[in-house]
Design a protein around this ligand. Structure first.
Ligand code: TRP
Length: 382
């Protein structure tokens, strides 16, 4: 008998050392193969962004089908979201970075869902004021990555409910309680907000098709932990007359304390770099971060370090190496022992500080138009 899996991944819980290939098999998603990446590259042109070229995105559902349709002249829209439980940290940018790149290279529309209701239901420690507040703060950070104000639309659940509800009514009727109970592991004590919630996360997948009275394909870049919601979506799509959304899934990034996800649930503030951390805090967190280094300098020079387990290497990998060449040289010098952890941290810190400075400026500018992207009206009454 195979050993039991010692990890758990659902939208509401991530626990244990994740075996990502095994998780993909458990979820029944497809492997993001080099051939498929090459096709995406061919369609988009230019260079593939680091998150694709360095394997952070590794799984999908029906991406090939979406590209077929695109090449036949049927453009898709992008959809991703954020549950506003606190400030964003750098690993929350993974899905929005890919969306921004796709919007820029292909000129497609983007729909962002901010689920201030979901986080209130899912996290008993948060007040409504807090989830609403973080919802707007998170939205500024997301838009500041460079989304096009004319092609970006936001469903901020508590403010957009009138726009979502006519479709949510239909979606909810298709989802039996037994399905959400099995998919999310709900208990008798789970509040009924969460029981309904997956209907709301489904609505944006169908919303443009509903509004335009034609099948508009949807691509969702997201962490693989969100896949269970969209398995439900895909199961009911056809019965409502809408196309099944395609997905592209990323791995979760390792936390700075060496945990397998940059989660900060509880009091592990130092596990992540928050976008509202001061420069001094960023310095302290990176200087204290878990690495793949050896116990002594002498040993490290002699034996080299292990990038794959290092949280600082993960920062280079996902965002801060300027190109694949620099990323390859950081990796090589780490493994050979030529690059020691202190120097490596100093170098990545320069990049992080530069990114925070640019981001802070962009964030101020988006506040002029962020509110105007929030969709408040349904395209039709029924
Ligand atoms: N449930 C997600 C979270 O907890 C938020 C979300 C809503 C989302 N819609 C989405 C994430 C679409 C990815 C794709 O963060």
């Amino acid at each position: 008998m195979a050993p039991p899996d010692d990890f758990v991944v659902t939208p509401y819980e991530v626990k244990g050392r994740i075996d990502y290939q095994r998780l993909r098999e458990m979820f029944g998603t497809q492997d993001l193969t080099p051939e498929l990446l090459a096709r995406l590259h061919q369609v988009a042109g230019g260079d593939l962004p680091p998150l694709l070229s360095r394997g952070v995105y590794y799984s999908h559902r029906d991406l090939g089908l979406l590209l077929d349709q695109y090449q036949k002249g049927s453009p898709f829209f992008l959809y991703s979201g954020r549950g506003p439980s606190g400030p964003l940290h750098t690993s929350h940018l993974v899905s929005f970075d890919l969306c921004r790149w796709l919007q820029k290279t292909l000129g497609v529309s983007m729909y962002i869902q901010i689920t201030d209701d979901e986080k209130f239901w899912a996290r008993s420690g948060l007040t409504r004021e807090q989830t609403a507040y973080w919802g707007m703060e998170n939205l500024y950070d997301i838009l500041a990555l460079g989304f096009d104000p004319k092609r970006t639309h936001v469903f901020f659940d508590s403010k957009s409910i009138a726009a979502l509800y006519p479709l949510a009514i239909r979606v909810a009727r298709k989802i039996p309680y037994s399905t959400v109970k099995a998919v999310f592991g709900f208990e008798p004590s789970t509040n009924i907000g969460l029981v309904f919630y997956t209907a709301l996360q489904t609505v944006p997948c169908f919303w443009p098709s509903w509004a335009e009275d034609r099948a508009v394909p949807c691509l969702i870049p997201c962490g693989i932990d969100q896949d269970p919601h969209f398995r439900v979506t895909r199961d009911i799509a056809e019965s409502l007359g809408y196309p099944k959304p395609s997905l592209i899934h990323s791995q979760m990034l390792p936390g700075l304390l060496g945990e397998n996800a940059m989660s900060t649930t509880g009091d592990r503030e130092d596990n992540a770099l928050f976008l509202n951390d001061s420069a001094a805090t960023v310095d302290r967190k990176v200087r204290g971060a878990f690495t793949g280094g050896r116990a002594t300098v002498e040993e490290q020079r002699r034996l080299g370090a292990t990038p794959e387990i290092c949280s600082v290497w993960a920062l280079w990998r996902t965002r801060f190496a300027k190109d694949d060449q620099e990323f390859a040289s950081v990796t090589r010098d780490c493994r050979s022992g030529a690059l020691l952890c202190g120097e490596c941290k100093g170098r990545v810190l320069e990049r992080i500080h530069a990114f925070y400075a640019t981001h802070a400026e962009a964030r101020i500018k988006v506040q002029d138009w962020a509110e105007s992207t929030i969709v408040t009206e349904a395209p039709k009454p029924i």
